[in-house]
Write a protein that binds this ligand. Structure first.
Ligand SMILES: Cc1cc2nc3c(=O)[nH]c(=O)nc-3n(C[C@H](O)[C@H](O)[C@H](O)COP(=O)(O)O)c2cc1C
Length: 381
């Protein structure tokens, strides 16, 4: 009886201690955004201020994908795996046709493993957006909620919070679902003071809810590479990525070269024996066509890599370096934008292991009039 009594007291003490410890750690909130022109980022910064207006809270703004916009390019890019480590996630994106933006949607579609592992269940979520005219913005805010509900996140709407701060003489982006901004309505500077006040209030309220719910759900550590080992062939199937047949060399060289654990590969935009979208970017082909050529080239690289690892892409330890060479005019400057296609593909297929160092440059011509050549280095097991 005495033993049982001691055990009960010890358990209660442990519970109280862990609950106190959970409260003492700062509430960590991820502000996860996509932004093309910076409007969503401006909203995110104000939301983060609102979050950090609350005691013992920390807001971290991250992008869902790399950005070539100079005001955003220094922001860190979030991984899917880190999402369950936060006490709350605020999701922000531009409105695209009454929906969340395509890059935000692409990021969301990479969270299938988190969904099957129930990894985001019970974590608070809130949403905000930047719109143009505002057409369909409530549909878009609602669309965010659809995906987050599938994850079982606790949705925190904004209600009519801070509406007393609104200047009703001009249109504003307020919504009970979450703050938004009417970026193309330039009657006042956007986001307007009213919109910023609302998103700030949303951040402050979200921080309160996240702190209150902290510790009520299983918070997972960032899994290491071993525990998250995913079968690359399954990833390719899930993402509908079909690798081409690795192109054969047309000279006295090999499709790849191995030195120790490093594999070296160079490819151009060959597709079914012909160059896809040949020529100079901006002269013979559009940037969109150059992006398609870049995608084809990177797929060729990975097809050759598959040969190099004996058909088992799970042996790839890391994409070490990618160098993109583009057939451009001397004044062309958007190489990074084109190369993002290859970088994103590497990360999409290999996850964290797909992140790499990168170089891009322009050339006056590229063999067989390809618009792009990619030189790649991988580490394998
Ligand atoms: C493909 C696309 C679709 C868009 N659809 C809408 C729309 O349905 N409603 C709207 O108000 N704005 C729409 N816009 C405008 C953006 O939502 C707006 O420019 C937004 O402020 C961009 O946010 P950002 O500055 O963070 O990039 C659209 C923009 C793009 C590129």
């Amino acid at each position: 009886m005495r033993k049982l009594y001691t055990l009960v007291i010890a358990s209660i003490a442990l519970l109280i201690t862990s609950s106190i410890m959970a409260k003492e750690q700062p509430t960590q909130i991820l502000v996860l955004i996509h932004s093309d022109n910076g409007g969503t980022y401006k909203m995110a910064k104000e939301l983060a201020k609102g979050i950090e207006s609350q005691p013992n809270t920390k807001a971290t703004i991250k992008l869902v994908t790399t950005s070539s916009n100079s005001s955003l390019s220094t922001l860190p890019v979030a991984t899917v795996e880190e999402l369950p480590t936060y006490d709350g996630i605020a999701w922000g994106s531009p409105v695209y046709f009454g929906n969340i933006s395509t890059p935000m949607s692409a990021f969301m579609s990479k969270t299938v493993d988190l969904w099957t592992a129930h990894a985001l269940e019970g974590i608070p979520a809130t949403v905000f957006m930047s719109a143009g005219s505002g057409a369909g913005r409530e549909l878009a805010l609602q669309a965010f909620a659809n995906s987050l509900s599938v994850h079982g996140m606790i949705l925190v709407p904004n209600g009519i919070r801070a509406t007393e701060m609104i200047d009703n003489s001009v249109p504003q982006g307020n919504s009970v679902l979450g703050a938004s901004s009417l970026a193309s309505n330039k009657t006042v500077e956007r986001p307007s003071k009213s919109e910023l006040a609302i998103v700030y209030a949303q951040g402050a309220n979200f921080a309160k809810v996240s702190t209150a719910l902290k510790g009520t759900f299983v918070k997972q550590d960032i899994p290491d590479n071993k525990t998250t080992a995913v079968d690359i062939e399954t990833v390719l199937k899930q993402k509908n990525i079909t690798l081409p047949i690795a192109p054969n060399p047309v000279g006295n060289y090999t499709p790849y070269s191995q030195a120790g654990n490093l594999i070296f590969i160079n490819q151009v935009a060959l597709k079914d024996g012909k160059i896809l979208y040949p020529g100079k970017v901006g002269v013979d082909i559009t940037e969109e066509q150059a992006k398609k050529a870049t995608e084809q080239t990177m797929l060729n690289v990975i097809a050759v890599l598959k040969t190099a690892v004996g058909g088992d892409l799970n042996r790839v330890k890391k994409t070490v370096q990618l160098t993109g060479i583009f057939n451009t005019t001397p004044d062309y400057s958007q190489h990074a934008n084109l190369m993002n296609v290859a970088s994103d593909l590497s990360v999409e297929i290999f996850g964290e292991k797909g992140k790499h160092a990168r170089g891009t440059l322009g050339a006056t011509s590229i063999p067989v009039n390809s618009a792009v050549e990619i030189q790649a280095i991988f580490e394998i097991e």
